[in-house]
Write a protein of this length. Structure first.
Length: 192
């Protein structure tokens, strides 16, 4: 026979176990697919996704693309501060053909004109879609209002971005498992 002393600790353990189980179901959510986890991009849209979503990307690979997008902006925004002989190594970490030679050509033109970059675009709400296993399309509404080009010798601002700039960045998955930007498009006449 159970005494009151032995029942109370068992009830507490049972109650704690039920609370933990309920917390798992509430935070993970249950849908028609069973136990599902929200990806950061899908949760913002009110949609749910399993670890592998309908477009072929996993939650982890979505986050990898977004992380690499942030790295791309960081590296490219500060390339004019880097000696020209060090630039190829840095840019190859975050970009690939066909945009890679375009970036290098534009940097050479800026060097010749005595121009440098200032500021860095700010990420707002990137969303990632996958086209097969090795191509990712990221869409964002960047804040480029505090970035652009300026004259190195005088600091005179030559170009300035806008508060809301729609951008589409195509990423390719390299053989080393790293996503790199291969194309960047700012659609003309669009707003976000």
């Amino acid at each position: 026979m159970w005494s009151r002393r032995t029942l109370t600790p068992r009830r507490r353990r049972l109650g704690a176990g039920l609370v933990l189980l309920a917390a798992v179901f509430v935070t993970a959510g249950c849908g028609p697919e069973g136990l599902a986890l929200d990806s950061p991009a899908e949760a913002a849209n009110g949609r749910r996704a399993n670890a592998q979503d309908r477009s072929g990307g996993s939650i982890m690979s979505r986050q990898d693309v977004i992380t690499q997008y942030r790295n791309f902006l960081q590296v490219t925004s500060h390339l004019t501060e880097v000696p020209s002989h060090e630039r190829p190594e840095q840019i190859q970490q975050v970009a690939t053909d066909p945009i890679l030679p375009t970036i290098m050509t534009n940097l050479a033109r800026m060097d010749t004109a005595g121009e440098v970059l200032y500021g860095q675009p700010r990420v707002r709400s990137p969303k990632v879609e996958f086209d097969g296993g090795k191509l990712a399309i990221l869409r964002d509404c960047q804040d480029t209002s505090e970035s652009g080009r300026k004259k190195e010798s005088t600091g005179r601002i030559l170009s300035k971005g806008v508060d809301r700039a729609p951008v589409i960045v195509t990423f390719r998955l390299g053989k080393d498992g790293v996503w790199r930007a291969s194309k960047v498009t700012y659609p003309p006449g669009q707003s976000c």
